[in-house]
Design a binder for this molecule. Sequence first.
Ligand SMILES: CC(C)(COP(=O)(O)OP(=O)(O)OC[C@H]1O[C@@H](n2cnc3c(N)ncnc32)[C@H](O)[C@@H]1OP(=O)(O)O)[C@@H](O)C(=O)NCCC(=O)NCCS
Length: 168
Amino acid sequence: MRAICRRLNGSDAEVFQALRLESFRLEPRAFRFAPADEAHIAPDAVAARLTRDFVIGAFNADDSQLIGVGGLAWGDGAKTRHKALLYGMYVKAAHRGSGAADEIMEKLIDEASAKVEIVTLTVVSTNLRALRFYERWGFRAYGVEERSAKNGDGDYLDETLMALRLKS
Ligand SMILES: CC(C)(COP(=O)(O)OP(=O)(O)OC[C@H]1O[C@@H](n2cnc3c(N)ncnc32)[C@H](O)[C@@H]1OP(=O)(O)O)[C@@H](O)C(=O)NCCC(=O)NCCS
């Protein structure tokens, strides 16, 4: 079943926030954030983020449920406007391998290609599925931040830094 993808806007704040918190809760070894980091963010602030950033949502064609997301945050400094940060890639487990993640990524890369020269991201180094996914889209690893996040009790996460050059 193909997902229907579109840019999320302020009116999607509630479902976006719910899926983002779900991703932190269900995949604690895939993200540097915990639910507590963002659970308190008010709907207005989430809506503002969706207006400022470029966030794509994938909706199940059957029941219109939001099943996947991925976003771009634009560099806003005078010297960083040529870059965007790709963040928050998440597809519900039942829809992984369905092509939904590719559809999200295609829209993100289309938008980034029109606006910036480089897209960067970070991915937990043990998250081989995500690493493979990003490599397939042309991202290349350029470093590792050791102990980038700490889940507690000595459970550290290293993050691989990746970049995609859109213009040489
Ligand atoms: C990352 C994510 C969005 C990718 O979506 P997806 O639908 O799973 O991606 P795809 O199935 O299209 O691609 C995954 C690739 O990894 C491969 N793969 C699957 N399991 C793997 C594993 N254990 N080791 C290595 N590669 C693996 C798949 O074969 C596929 O590669 P291929 O297209 O060359 O065959 C999704 O897995 C997800 O939401 N994961 C949990 C959250 C997460 O990790 N987010 C990323 C944060 S940086």
